[in-house]
Unconditional design. Structure first.
Length: 116
């Protein structure tokens, strides 16, 4: 079955960096776009970044553009989110997602806390 497992979250000080990873299984990873979303306490889940099937096209939410980078390794069935210059408002649970066979599939999420 389709499965996503995120990792790499943690507590980090403002201005520092963190890299999130998402390992995918149960489908042909190299054929599908992958997304990162996040959900802060008391807020709705929001789009962060997306990457197309071969990694050539990316797009970002305005709030993270120039600070975050999404990339993928199709040989490892993994997608990453490099987060630089982190801010307290980046604190959230981060999820990877893909729409496969017209159905959205989500990972369980990884917590990122940005605080001094």
């Amino acid at each position: 079955q389709v499965q996503f497992v995120e990792s790499g979250g943690g507590l980090v000080q403002p201005g520092n960096s963190l890299r999130l990873s998402c390992t995918a299984s149960g489908f042909t990873f190299s054929m599908y776009a992958m997304d990162w979303f996040r959900q802060a306490p008391g807020k709705e889940r929001e789009f962060v970044a997306t990457i197309n099937y071969n990694g050539e096209i990316t797009n970002y939410a305005e709030s993270v553009r120039e600070r975050f980078t999404i990339y993928r390794d199709n040989t490892k069935n993994m997608v990453y989110l490099q987060m630089n210059s982190l801010k307290p408002e980046d604190t959230a649970v981060y999820y990877c997602r893909s729409i496969i066979w017209q159905q959205p599939y989500w990972g369980q999420g990884t917590q990122v806390t940005v605080s001094s």
